[in-house]
Every structure is written in structure tokens, then in C-alpha cells.
Design a protein around this ligand. Sequence first.
Ligand code: HAM
Length: 423
Amino acid sequence: MIKGIKGAPDVLPEDSGKWQALEAVARDLLERYGYAEIRTPVFERTELFVRGIGEGTDIVEKEMYTFEDRGGESLTLRPEATASLMRAYMEHNLSAKSSLVKVYLIGPMFRHERPQSGRFRQFHQVDVEAVGSPGPAVDAEVVALLHHLLEAWGLKGIQLHLNSIGDPNCRPAYRQAFVAYAEAHRSALCPDCHVRLEKNPLRILDCKVPTCQQIARGAPTISAYLCGPCREHFAAVRSLLDGLKIEHTVNERLVRGLDYYTRTTFEFLNPTLGAQNAVAGGGRYDGLVEEIGGPPTPAIGFAIGEERILASLAALPGPAESPTCTGVYVATAGSEAFLVAMDLVQTLRRRGLRAAVDLEGRSLKGQMRQANKDRYRYSVILGSDELARDQVTLKDMLSGEQHAVPLGEVVDRLTRLPERDYA
Ligand code: HAM
């Protein structure tokens, strides 16, 4: 048997409803906030991600699914959506339609990470981007939207961590001070952090190795280095969030794993999830569009990991699910009755009901068993006797009551039954 890829799980029929419900809530709320869906291909030119996400990042260095296509071009399965969305934003000149473009994308992302609980190689994000405004009001609304969405899904105990990582004006001085500090502690850093020190030193701040964490705790902090405009921006974002009563913790070690961020960064954490506890993350990226060949364009966004939301919801105590009975099962005996039943179920489905007929040649008894197993609310029994009288037997599967109904009236009768019996 050929097995699926490790870290790329299947969503089975018994679980797909949860995914659909999750995404339906997201779509509804996003539309209310003025966001429109955008769908981009799952692959792009490799260069887009290398330039967008940054050469020294773990994603670009170690995690991309990159391949050469038959035309010899290097392509990559998207490890995230922001770079693709900004490519589409430029390519289709979306800024011409609106000065603030609000878009979202829901779909799979691909990263060759070591699979573990909460970390997959194919995972799914709800990605949200607001493009065109540099002001702190957008930062606050974007964070408030994410906060609202997590609440709408019913998540509990989620913590918001917030930081400002400055901009190209002030970050270099911070970086320099940080590197000098880290160099002084080089011998105590883990092997990965030795590499980070050369390529992406600020990532040392969120290394999970305890000795590195201890060193990170004593490191110079970004807040002392922020320039005036970055400081004011951050203060304004925080006071807007306070005004919205959105609790947050300033975490000066929140630098995020992608190079494109400027100023505001944030993550929502579920402390009960273990090592992979970020359910969503994002930030401002005022330099990204320029980096990939467009005009200077301020923007901010976030992405939510759908698997981690579902894991968080599964861990919450909730009422046991009691499946409801819905729809109509048409049980038949004989080939003539089967033909009539096929037509009947098609009509019922067109009228909006869930309906089924046996396609596997079961006995009448077997069909009734199946109707129970599949939790149909009503059954219609159609044998040769019924057919001869132009009637069917309509049975309420919950009460067991049954009575004869003229064949010509059964569709109307079923569609007139109280809606809640089908819901
Ligand atoms: P990210 O922090 O790399 O940001 O990913 C966002 C979320 O995706 C994470 O918080 C996590 O829930 C989920 N996630 C990431 N990697 C995995 C994985 N291997 N398995 C399961 N879930 C995962 C971004 O992707 C940015 N593009 C977010 C953004 C949008 N920033 C601005 N706009």
C-alpha cells in the first residue's frame, strides 16, 4: 500500500464538517470587516519567497519545497501566503481600486519542518492582509479582528503578545547592540544559534533551548532603540487596543521568523498547546512590496493555523455531540419501484432535502437498517404492492409511526413537514 506523506494528514469525512464550520465562521466575520477573498496558486517562482521571506530565514534555508519544473524553472510550494498575495496585489494593480485593500486567503501551505504535535508539512492558514495604510488604526483593527475571530470560534485562554521591532531606521543600531551582546556569550549558545548569529541574529531571541533563552533574557531590548516615529506608532497601537479592551503583553523577544516585518509584530498563544503554541501570528511589513519589485507600500496582516485552532477547540470541554436525524430514505423492493424511487430522491434533493435510495441491492430489511444507521428522519417504503396502489408508506423513523400516502403527494408532504425535522 502506498502511504501518504508524513506531516501531511488527510482530513477524513468525519472531521471535514469541523473544517467547513471553522472556515464558514471566518468567511462571515471577514466579510463583515470588509475583507474579500483572493485565491492564488499554491506554487510561485522560488525567487518570490527568497526575496520576500528573506534568505537567512529558516523557511527559505531549510523548509521550502522547491523543484525545477519541466521547463527548467525553479518553483516553490508556498510556505506562507503574504508574499503571494503581495505579488498578486502588484500584478493586478489592486491599489487602483482602493487605497486600503483588504484581502484574505484560506488554503494549504507547505514547509519541510520536522513533523510533531501541532507542526505539519502541509498545514492550512486563514491569511488576512490590509494593504495601503501606514497608520496605527489599521494595526489595531487587524488585531481586533483576529481577537474577535478567535472569540467567535469559542477559543478560551488565548494570550496576545505584542512587540515593535522598529524599522530600517532604528533596527540596525539595535541589531548591532544585540550582536555585540550575543558575541560575548557565543560559547554558551546552541549550535543553531551560532548559525543564527551569522545569518539572522535576532532569531536567537526566540530559540527554545534553555541556555539560549537565559542569554536572550539578559539581551538589550528593542524598546530602548526604537526611533521616535516607531515609538509613537507602537504607543498609538497599544492605546487603541486598550480602548478596545484587548488585553496584551508586550514581549520584546517577539521577532517572528520572517524577514519582512517592520514595527508591529504579534502572536496569539494558547499556553495549553505545548511547544507549538502559536495559533496565529502576524505584523506590519511596510517594506515587502518594495522588496519584491513594487512601490513603497505599507501593509499589515496575520495568518492563523487552522490545525492549531481545531486542536485548541478539541481540548475544550463541550457538550457531547448528539447527531440529529435528517432527511428521507427511500426503501424499495423490485426494479420497477427502484426506478420510481430514483426519480423521487432526485426530486426531493432538488427541493432541498437530504435524500437517499439504496444503490447496493440490499433487502428491504437491510435498507431500513441502513436508514437508521445513516440517521434519516423519515423513510418512504415503495414495494410492488404500494406501486400497484399508487401509494407509498411514509414512516417516521423516530416515533415509528407510519401511514399510506398517495405517490403523487409524497414530495409535497415531505417538504411541508416542519423544517426542524430536517435540520
Ligand atoms: P507564521 O507565524 O509563519 O506567519 O505562521 C502563522 C501561523 O501558521 C502560526 O502561528 C501557526 O499557527 C501556523 N503554522 C505555521 N507553521 C506551521 C506548521 N508547520 N504546522 C502547523 N501550523 C503552522 C506567516 O505565515 C505569515 N505569513 C503571517 C502574516 C501574514 N504576516 C503578515 N501577514
